[in-house]
Design a binder for this molecule. Structure first.
Ligand code: PAP
Length: 275
């Protein structure tokens, strides 16, 4: 991928640390870009999981599907969990757009713990929450130790340097102000909502279409499997609670949370980023 990916200036990449809102943003970006092609009632998100609509480019390359990526018509939308410094030069040196979604790492941890349980088939097969917390705190997690915050800080710093090319979104802010964030996203993607669309309530319809409440109950998201992962991961595993922030409160003691926050805030010092 480092050598072969040919980035186009019109490409759009969604980048995220796992469990930070990838599925949601895949739906949002896809729905935003395709909103004029068809009526919202007939939208492909009713029959396709967001991961089918927007492919993980790294998984695509890893599973020999690079030709599929090559064949996607422009503007292509792809996603990655890679940190900024590991992105192929063809992305960082091109003029393409990147949307990064970030989430309170304490909720990321909780979400990941449940996800791994589902994959492995039960709580008895993985660490208890306390053990999982300890490992996560110490940096034992996939896609790089969360404790050094290289992932988020890489995109954050770059988004400050090139705000017109890197949009930094926070999961909790989208939950709080979905319509405002949907407009910000459309503007960034170069397809802002027209006054007529706003008056017709199109923004609210897109927000509704991409909401977990809506997506979770669709047949495709209850039974199907994403093409890239096969039957190892069901579409249903990508939807759990998702409609409120702070599930960590049901899993961590105050002391565990404070310890985690202190570790994060130390790394964020001077960056302007806060939980
Ligand atoms: P991924 O990085 O492996 O693709 P990702 O989609 O980022 O996973 O994370 C899944 C989380 O997003 C789940 O959070 P939870 O475990 O805390 O509930 C899932 O519920 C949440 N999620 C999925 N879709 C949506 C959505 N449409 N709106 C809000 N949250 C969502």
């Amino acid at each position: 991928m480092q050598q072969c990916l040919k980035t186009r200036p019109t490409d759009i990449f969604l980048a995220s640390f796992p469990k930070s809102g990838t599925t949601w943003l895949k739906a949002m970006i896809f729905a935003t870009l395709t909103r004029t092609n068809r009526s919202i009632d007939q939208h492909p998100l009713h029959t396709h999981n967001p991961h089918q609509c927007v492919m993980f480019m790294d998984v695509g390359f890893a599973t020999g599907r690079s030709q599929i990526i090559e064949n996607i018509p422009s503007p292509r939308v792809m996603s990655t969990h890679l940190p900024y410094f590991l992105l192929p030069d063809s992305i960082t040196e091109s003029n393409c757009r990147i949307v990064y979604v970030w989430r309170d790492p304490k909720d990321v941890l909780v979400s990941m713990w449940y996800f791994v349980q589902k994959i492995l088939g039960g709580a008895d097969k993985i660490a208890t929450f306390d053990q999982y917390y300890k490992n996560f705190y110490e940096g034992l997690n996939s896609f790089g130790p969360i404790r050094n915050h290289v992932h988020v800080l890489g995109y954050w710093e770059e988004s400050k340097r090139r705000p017109e090319k890197i949009l930094f979104l926070k999961y909790e802010n989208i939950l709080q102000e979905p319509v405002k964030c949907a407009k910000q996203l459309a503007h960034f993607l170069g397809c802002p909502y027209s006054e007529a669309e706003e008056n017709q309530g199109v923004v609210e319809q897109i927000v509704e279409l991409c909401s977990i409440k809506m997506l979770k109950d669709l047949n495709v998201n209850k039974d199907g499997y994403p093409v890239t992962t096969g039957e190892y991961i069901s579409n249903a595993y990508y939807f759990r609670k998702g409609d409120e922030a702070g599930d960590w409160k049901s899993h961590m003691t105050q002391e565990m949370a404070e310890r985690f926050d202190t570790m994060i805030e130390e790394k964020f010092k001077g960056s302007g980023l806060h939980i």
